[in-house]
Design a protein around this ligand. Structure first.
Ligand SMILES: [Zn+2]
Length: 118
């Protein structure tokens, strides 16, 4: 797909020149310039293969790596891959905390279910 400069400017400005997904800084001049610093492509948020359009509302700037990895995933679906690890490491409980919590719950329930001896 060939985009005219006006469209490329518009898409690039949509995120102030950052990859929509990994938020890497992109270089406007290195459009489709694979291997160059800040190289990027126009990403179809809804892939053409899934019925996406060439309307500006469906176009986002993405570094070439993200665009290629995304494949036929929906934009928001792919973006979650970048958000999920950050949330779970800062807020969510780790595996050990979860296991310890489950064990305490088990002890508590077992104590409740035991008949009183007196
Ligand atoms: Zn990226």
């Amino acid at each position: 797909m060939q985009w005219d400069d006006e469209t490329l400017d518009w898409v690039y400005e949509k995120t102030d020149g950052y990859c929509r997904y990994c938020e890497k800084k992109l270089s406007r001049l290195n459009y489709a310039s694979l291997g160059d610093r800040g190289a990027w492509e126009v990403d179809h948020s809804v892939p053409l293969a899934l019925g996406g359009t060439d309307y500006l509302s469906n176009l986002w700037p993405a570094c070439i790596e993200c665009n290629r990895n995304k494949g036929t995933m929906m934009g928001p679906q792919y973006k979650r891959l970048f958000q999920a690890p950050r949330q779970s490491s800062s807020r969510g409980p780790g595996v050990l905390e979860t296991l310890a919590g489950a064990f305490l719950l088990y002890l508590f329930l077992r104590a409740l279910s035991q008949p009183k001896s007196d």
